[in-house]
Design a protein. Structure first.
Length: 309
């Protein structure tokens, strides 16, 4: 990319250390960026992320990765960011594997280890423009899909989100974070999130059913796993508000009724109740893959089966 192209983009650079922040700013200027907002306070950063759109945000992590990790996650939330898909680079001093894992789980696009060269920073910026990863959303994550290529193959579980940096540098506003573009991406990712949460609930129900008769497992894990299902159901209901999947509420209600009854009986969970939980969670998952009429017909059928069991 030419420096003149980068000069059009606005950058938000957060680092609590003045000297390090100054060096990052110098590297950005060497690359051709001119519109750089430097901040050193988390509150200032949060206010700017919420009120203004930037083409790129650079977060510098403290020694333990916090509060930068929390700030990146906040920048990915719809309610606290003007553009939750803003390209993000997280800079860290700590190369320990666990720190890197936590950093990647924040939702950042790129991770850059300090000290870095201008060329290394430039490579990260170029990647955000030319080969940015699609996004995925789960119960606790919104960010680039870093799954193995074989896992992603044939999957519709990720979305190409608006890219403010690419739009500005290439002068292609249709690629940017317009209100409509953000909404389209949000709805698509909401469906993916619901699907992922439904799968997780199904796995929990299956594990509980498979461990029927294991008193120790049920005593230690039973109530906790049932509580996790209830929490996941609340996540689904909240996410449904931005989709057209209103019919899914009845399936959530069905799973919740069974879960509530099992919680009352815990840790003495009977086989019939666990089988019914697995059936209702499976119906919840399948309902995501069919149209509303088919889903409702399946719901009525499963309800009749449940009454007969």
């Amino acid at each position: 990319m030419h420096k003149a192209q980068y000069a059009k983009a606005s950058i938000l650079n957060y680092d609590a250390r003045p000297k390090v922040r100054k060096r990052t700013t110098a590297a950005l200027r060497d690359l051709g960026f001119r519109r750089i907002a430097n901040v050193d306070k988390p509150n200032d950063l949060c206010n700017l992320v919420k009120s203004q759109k930037f083409e790129l945000v650079i977060f510098a992590a403290d020694t333990d990765g916090s509060p930068a990790a929390r700030l990146v996650k906040q920048a990915r939330r719809y309610e606290s960011a003007s553009d939750p898909y803003t390209p993000i680079i997280l800079v860290s001093w700590n190369s320990a594997s666990e720190v890197i894992r936590r950093a990647l789980n924040t939702g950042t696009d790129q991770l850059l280890m300090w000290p870095f060269t201008t060329e290394q920073l430039g490579e990260r910026v170029d990647a955000l423009i030319s080969s940015r990863k699609e996004f995925v959303e789960t119960e606790s994550y919104l960010g680039p899909d870093r799954r193995d290529a074989k896992v992603r193959s044939g999957s519709d579980g990720s979305v190409q989100v608006p890219n403010a940096l690419r739009a500005k540098v290439l002068d292609r506003p249709e690629l940017g974070p317009s209100r409509d573009a953000i909404e389209v991406a949000r709805v698509s990712l909401a469906r993916i999130k619901i699907t992922n949460v439904c799968r997780r609930i199904c796995v929990i129900a299956k594990v509980l059913r498979q461990h029927h008769g294991d008193e120790k497992f049920m005593r230690v894990r039973g109530p906790r796993e049932l509580g996790a299902i209830e929490k996941s159901l609340s996540v689904i209901r909240k996410t449904l508000k931005v989709t057209e999947l209103g019919h899914m509420h009845s399936f959530c209600d069905s799973v919740e009724q069974v879960t509530t009854q099992l919680l009352e009986d815990a840790p003495d969970l009977d086989k019939k109740g666990l089988s019914l939980l697995e059936q209702t969670t499976l119906a919840l998952r399948v309902a995501m893959d069919v149209d509303e009429d088919t889903a409702n017909a399946a719901f009525r059928l499963s309800d009749e089966v449940a009454k007969a069991v």
